[in-house]
Design a protein around this ligand. Structure first.
Ligand code: BV8
Length: 246
């Protein structure tokens, strides 16, 4: 099927009929909750850092305190934010499709779960917990107003690191295989609010295309995916989802 070969009405109809739907979200779906996207120029204190330079094991081992400050600040921001209409429309779609629905997110902000998504697969981990550097124990971070980094492991007393996947680190195997399986089997896949630059997440939509499924992108900007998918909506997440679902 040629790119951009589906009308919105045809895409909406496919979505209504589909028994297996896979969704991949990126930072763009949280933009409407006031969370800056991953590649938006950092503001204020962080303006002099590129996220890619902070989100790495090298940066953490070089300056763990600086990296923890960045994550603690993002943790405070996401806990002060609220899920938006885009998150809620995906919960509506999940209820409509039923058990054949899979939500895979690159986001670490926890907003899909707070919106009511049943079982979001967090490919890149989460800001809301830490992982012990010694024993690997994962524990939730305390409420932001009671949190001074670095966290101490409640099991062995060692320092905890942010429980996210850094560049150059492997994704959690079970999350990645759940994501690959979902996109392999999807009749319709939605790719929402991602610049499609980070792998292996950015390669998931190609699995659906290869297996003969339909891929719909929602993004105000074109991406490397736009010319490969059957429909690319130049909309924000909530507007694009409303056009497809209502
Ligand atoms: C891996 C957690 C195997 C941390 C993140 C060389 C050496 C080593 C690795 C590589 C290499 N070359 C390539 C790789 C692989 C590398 C990679 O892909 N690099 C890229 C940059 C080239 N990937 C990895 O390292 C992954 N691991 O491959 O392991 C391995 C191991 C060793 C060696 C080789 C391979 C791990 C990747 C995970 C990194 N961790 N996050 C943290 O958050 O701090 S990734 C980070 O980027 C976030 O998770 C984010 O979600 C993700 C993707 O970004 P987006 O979500 O797309 O956000 P972005 O800002 O880019 O775009 C937002 C979009 O929204 C825009 O398009 C915008 O138009 C749109 N938008 C804006 N407003 C709205 C909107 N859309 C809708 N509505 C709106 N209102």
């Amino acid at each position: 099927m040629a790119p951009s070969s589906l009308s919105v009405a045809e895409a909406a109809a496919r979505l209504r009929q589909a028994r297996r739907v896979a969704v991949l979200t990126g930072a763009g779906i949280s933009a409407e909750s006031g969370i800056p996207t991953f590649r938006d120029a950092q503001s204020g204190l962080w303006a002099r850092f590129r996220p890619e330079d902070l989100a790495s094991p090298e940066a953490y081992h070089r300056d763990p305190e600086l990296v923890w400050q960045w994550y603690a600040g993002r943790y405070r921001d996401v806990m002060a934010a609220e899920p938006n209409a885009g998150h809620r429309l995906l919960v509506q779609l999940e209820r409509q499709v039923g058990e054949g629905f899979s939500l895979i997110t690159q986001n670490v902000d926890g907003l899909h779960a707070r919106a009511g998504s049943r079982d979001p697969v967090e490919l890149h981990g989460t800001l809301l917990s830490s992982r012990c550097e010694r024993c690997g124990h994962v524990q939730p971070l305390p409420p932001p107003d009671q949190f001074t980094p670095p966290p101490v492991c409640e099991r062995c007393g060692a320092r905890g690191r942010p429980n996210v996947v850094w560049f150059g680190e492997y994704l959690p195997p079970d999350a990645l295989s759940a994501a690959e399986d979902a996109f392999d089997r999807a009749e319709v896949a939605l790719v929402i609010g991602t610049s499609a630059q980070v792998y292996p997440a950015a390669g998931l939509a190609a699995e659906t295309l290869r297996a003969g499924g339909v891929v719909i992108e929602i993004n105000p900007e074109p991406t490397d995916l736009s010319m490969q998918v059957q429909l690319s909506l130049r909309d924000t997440a909530s507007v694009g989802l409303r056009r497809l679902l209502e």
